[in-house]
Design a protein around this ligand. Structure first.
Ligand code: SF4
Length: 364
């Protein structure tokens, strides 16, 4: 599959709705997509809609991150008028405040759904709490979209297992230097999972992996990305253009939630809770710095990354809080790092390109 064959979010949503499909807008980051699939609902994730600033800034403090701002911008611009529900996972305080703003003070175009993840360190009650949240969401989904058809949850779990395997293959092959695609292509294809239904996305991802070359001749310095998103859009172009090889990532929107273990057989809610508890460490799940640092060092060891580029969204409190200690620990481990504070959809520009070039030269 060539990445150009991926339909755009807008095209796909239109086709899905035209065929009578149901849609739920899903804010970042982690939520049990299997439950939505089992109700025949397509989650359309809202990370960085490309809209010019307009009405959202009138509702938010100036120090709120651009992920929240752009999500609200989409809602206010009518981009969620046709969805059946809007899901707010409890990822961070900013998203929690957005959920209250939308649900309590604005005329939301669709009912709000809430999903509260337990935070680390996970005590004995965490699994039961996660299951109780799944049960509450299941009840709300049934009220809004109707009951799950017979066998739909089993099918959703099967899709989830398959995706877990394909994501792991994508990351493992890249880390081993056996996936010869650019960073632009890698992330364009993997971000397809933010809006494509698994019945369409699984065959596309499988075909892409089957057809992808094993090398692209790039032997430049190897870096890992950390932060929130593989963006802004020109960041990946800049990295590819400078010959910097992105060999792994520790991004909230990517490996921190895509590299989940395949859900086991048996009770689906217990299996989903086990998956959640075994996800990679993340600032938004309250993971300790020690755990995050050990994880980053292990990713670098497995992939041969020589340095880490942190693409941190401005005002992202969870990420910015961890950053100084992570950088200090990486330095002690011999791993250089570079921090870019970015706004989603705002180009990193020439100054960042110069800094990345100098970073690459230092690693060479
Ligand atoms: S970028 Fe950071 S602050 Fe903003 S929604 Fe994501 S986790 Fe929350």
């Amino acid at each position: 599959m060539s990445p150009t064959q991926l339909p755009s979010r807008g095209e796909y949503a239109q086709q899905w709705r035209a065929a009578g499909g149901k849609v739920c807008a899903a804010f970042p980051a982690q939520y049990p997509k299997e439950l939505l699939w089992s109700h025949g609902v397509l989650p359309m994730e809202v990370w960085d809609p490309p809209l010019a600033p307009a009405r959202a800034q009138g509702h938010l403090q100036p120090y709120i991150c651009s992920v929240v701002r752009q999500g609200l911008e989409l809602l206010l611009a009518g981009g969620m008028d046709e969805v059946g529900a809007i899901l707010f996972p409890h990822t961070c305080d900013s998203l929690q405040n957005l959920a209250s703003l939308v649900d309590d003070y604005l005329e939301a175009p669709a009912p709000s759904l809430f999903f509260y993840n337990p935070k680390a360190p996970f005590a004995a009650a965490a699994k039961g709490f996660y299951v109780s949240q799944l049960q509450a969401l299941e009840k709300d989904l049934t009220l809004i979209f109707g009951p799950q058809p017979m066998g739909a949850m089993e099918q959703a779990m099967e899709w989830s297992r398959k995706l877990s395997d394909l994501y792991a293959q994508s990351y493992d092959r890249r880390a081993a230097g056996e996936l010869g695609v650019s960073a632009v292509e890698f992330y364009r294809v993997l971000r397809g999972g933010e809006y494509l239904h698994p019945q369409d996305y699984i065959p596309l991802l499988q075909a892409w992996l089957d057809q992808a070359p094993t090398t692209n001749g790039n032997s430049g310095p190897a870096v890992m990305l950390s932060g929130v998103l593989p963006g802004p859009p020109d960041l990946l172009d800049t990295l590819d253009g400078l010959g910097l090889r992105v060999v792994h990532d520790d991004l909230i929107s990517m490996s921190r939630r895509l590299l989940y273990p395949p859900p086991g057989a048996g009770d689906p809610f217990m299996a989903l809770a086990d998956c959640f508890l075994a996800m990679p460490p993340c600032s938004t799940r309250g993971s300790s710095l020690d755990e995050r640092l050990a994880w980053l060092k292990d990713l670098a060891r497995k992939s041969g990354a020589q340095g880490v580029v942190f693409s941190v969204v401005k005002f992202c409190e969870p990420e910015l809080f961890d950053l100084p200690e992570l950088r200090r620990g990486l330095k002690e481990a011999g791993l250089a790092s570079l921090v870019l504070e970015v706004d989603v959809n705002q180009e990193v520009g020439g100054q960042a390109a110069t800094r990345l070039e100098a970073f690459g030269e230092m690693l060479s």
